[in-house]
Design a protein around this ligand. Structure first.
Ligand code: NCD
Length: 296
């Protein structure tokens, strides 16, 4: 059975199929399709949405969640992470792992026989976030062809950006990159979407001339030092800027958590799509669990 370690594990057809399955579940309601299954969730890094939506997805599928107590396990006695993951994989039918170390989930595959799902590994990848991002886009419009999407914020350290850009490379759409100085996209990610980039800017007003504005927070846990950017108003998206520079139908997306980069005055506005994204996480993760457990 397949694992989902990187968004690159999926071809376009499979990716779209998983997204449409998620939308089908949203439309038709939950079915307990994985009733006898056990899914272990090992989160070695803080998480609100990914952890809670995976657990909700597990319960909605009629499966059982095996939650790993990071503060109260034999890791405290000196047990290795390898043995910890090995145990979870021997008890459960599928293991979801989030860990601050890049590549850890790929490495874990060597000693796990059951499917693994990457819930975010350092600044590397976050494939299930990308799936829920695409589910949200497909819910908002039938085709992504011809649209413009801005990817903004900390493009250098955001794993959500790396995974999302790879998925966007499958579609005939235009990309605007907006990053503060020293937070620009890595050359490896840039290569994948080089023919789609229509503008690179540090100027938010220019980047708001778009269909979707995907913002990310500064990933402070992944770099040292104070940037000063977070206190600067020019790097905050608010209602006034959206009205002045944005397209009327523009939507603001964000993987969340937000810190200051999206003003709360957008929460009740027609621009807001970030809470819809977060709630779509449950449907997306149900479809992912069905995929890795062979039910799709
Ligand atoms: C993201 C992550 O963990 O990478 N959050 C999430 O899973 N929704 C984004 C972030 O932490 O900024």
């Amino acid at each position: 059975m397949p694992s989902l370690i990187s968004i690159k594990d999926l071809d376009k057809e499979t990716l779209v199929k998983i997204c449409y399955r998620a939308l089908e579940i949203k439309k038709n309601g939950f079915q307990e399709s994985l009733k006898s299954k056990i899914v272990a969730t090992l989160f070695f890094e803080p998480s609100t949405r990914t952890c809670m939506s995976f657990e909700t997805a597990i319960y909605r599928l009629g499966a059982q969640a095996l939650r790993f107590p990071t503060d109260n396990s034999s890791l405290k006695k000196g047990e290795s992470i390898e043995d910890t993951i090995r145990m979870a994989a021997s008890y459960a039918d599928c293991v979801v792992i989030r860990h601050p170390q890049e590549g850890l989930v790929l490495w874990a595959q060597k000693f796990c026989e059951c499917p693994l799902i990457n819930g975010g590994d350092g600044k590397n990848e976050h494939p299930t976030q990308t799936i829920l991002d695409l589910v949200t886009l497909f819910e908002d419009r039938e085709s992504l062809d011809g649209i413009t999407i801005t990817i903004a914020g900390d493009l250098k350290h955001s794993r959500t950006v790396t995974s999302l850009l790879h998925a966007l490379s499958f579609f005939d759409l235009k990309i605007i990159l907006a990053a503060p100085q020293n937070f620009e996209l890595s050359s490896s990610s840039r290569t994948i979407i080089s023919s789609q980039i229509i503008c690179e800017t540090e100027n938010l007003s220019e980047a708001l001339d778009t269909d979707y504005f995907y913002m990310t927070r500064l990933q402070k846990e992944r770099f040292d030092g104070i940037t000063g950017i977070e206190t600067k108003d020019y790097w905050v998206v608010d209602l006034e800027k959206c009205k002045t520079y944005g397209r009327d139908s523009m939507k603001i997306m964000h993987p969340l958590p937000r810190v200051d980069e999206i003003s709360v005055d957008l929460d009740d506005s027609p621009y807001q799509l970030y809470f819809t994204q977060a709630s779509n996480g449950v449907y997306a993760r149900i479809a992912v669990l069905e995929y890795v457990l062979g039910y799709l």
